[in-house]
Design a protein around this ligand. Structure first.
Ligand code: 13P
Length: 294
């Protein structure tokens, strides 16, 4: 069922695990992810950003499809607008039924980030939609932003930020970056900073730039307090590779079967993530509720 992201992340924060948030731009990605969630008894966050929405994943088409698919399963599914900055787009998404808005003011001067994030929180909370803010700046792997400590989140400032904005979750910069890292590189995360951030703000924390982080880093990030991991680049690569591999095996494969291969690949990819992040099995009790064997 479509659920508030706050409800999902508060459970993850309390029970020390993380939830995958996958940028999903079509039916195959959404259905693969939601079916993975149902089969793994895991929560899941479906998200897409403003560019993806403009180019391909149109709001008017995606929301009814996601609502329908989420409504067929008993595990909680959130719908998040990723990296939003425009108030009008945010209002449209809230009106259309998004259950969370990620407002990204991380490139703004601090006071402006506080001010604008607080406006979005007020708008969203008025109708029961939750909000993720970002402090510090998670930049691009291609620009080596992951190693730029000047961009990392300051714990003391983070406390001020969450108190003044009322955000429900906070995206932190601790050594990851968006996009592909140079071949062979695995980022080095500042776990000490992450632990201090968690202790200081004591709320759900978000890791952006999940792609290419490596299983060990992801497991450790969860141990140190991350409750949501954003993944885009690797998910798109998995879908593309599944199609290309299928075509290589069967050069005459038609388009529909290629789409089905992509969905199968995405579903397995999401299941693996759910097991790494510890979200798999968290909602197994729903089975007992459904069969009356509580
Ligand atoms: P990646 O593309 O590096 O996985 O980052 C995704 C992300 O953080 C979306 O907000």
């Amino acid at each position: 069922m479509l659920t508030s992201m706050k409800v999902i992340l508060d459970h993850a924060h309390k029970n020390h695990y993380a939830v995958m948030a996958m940028n999903s731009i079509n039916m195959e990605m959404v259905r693969g992810a939601i079916m993975a969630a149902q089969e793994e008894y895991s929560p899941m966050i479906i998200q897409f950003g403003c560019g993806q929405m403009k180019n391909h994943a149109h709001l008017e088409e995606m929301v009814p499809m996601i609502t329908e698919l989420a409504g067929r399963v008993s595990v909680p599914i959130a719908l998040n607008l990723d990296h939003a900055t425009d108030y009008q787009i945010i209002a449209d998404c809230i009106n259309k039924g998004f259950t969370n808005i990620m407002f990204d003011g991380s490139a703004l001067p601090y006071e402006e980030n506080v001010e604008r994030t607080a406006v979005v929180t007020a708008m969203a909370h008025a109708v029961g939609c939750s909000v993720e803010g970002e402090l510090g700046h998670v930049g691009m792997a291609a620009d080596s932003d992951d190693t730029n400590v000047d961009l990392y989140t300051n714990p003391e400032q983070a406390l001020d930020f969450v108190e003044r904005t009322g955000v429900d979750a906070l995206a932190v910069a601790v050594g990851t970056a968006h996009g592909d890292y140079p071949a062979g590189k695995i980022p080095q995360l500042d776990f000490e900073r992450l632990a201090l951030l968690k202790k200081t703000v004591n709320m759900p924390l978000v890791l952006h730039g999940g792609s290419g982080s490596g299983e060990e880093n992801l497991r450790k990030a969860v141990q140190y307090g991350i409750n949501k991991v954003n993944v885009a680049t690797d998910a798109f690569s998995v879908g593309k590779k599944a199609m290309l591999d299928a075509l290589e095996r069967e050069p005459k494969m038609d388009y529909m079967h290629m789409c089905m291969e992509a969905e199968k690949g995405i579903k397995q990819f999401v299941k693996n993530y759910m097991n790494i992040l510890g979200s798999a099995g968290q909602y197994r009790f729903l089975d007992a509720v459904a069969t009356g064997n509580e």
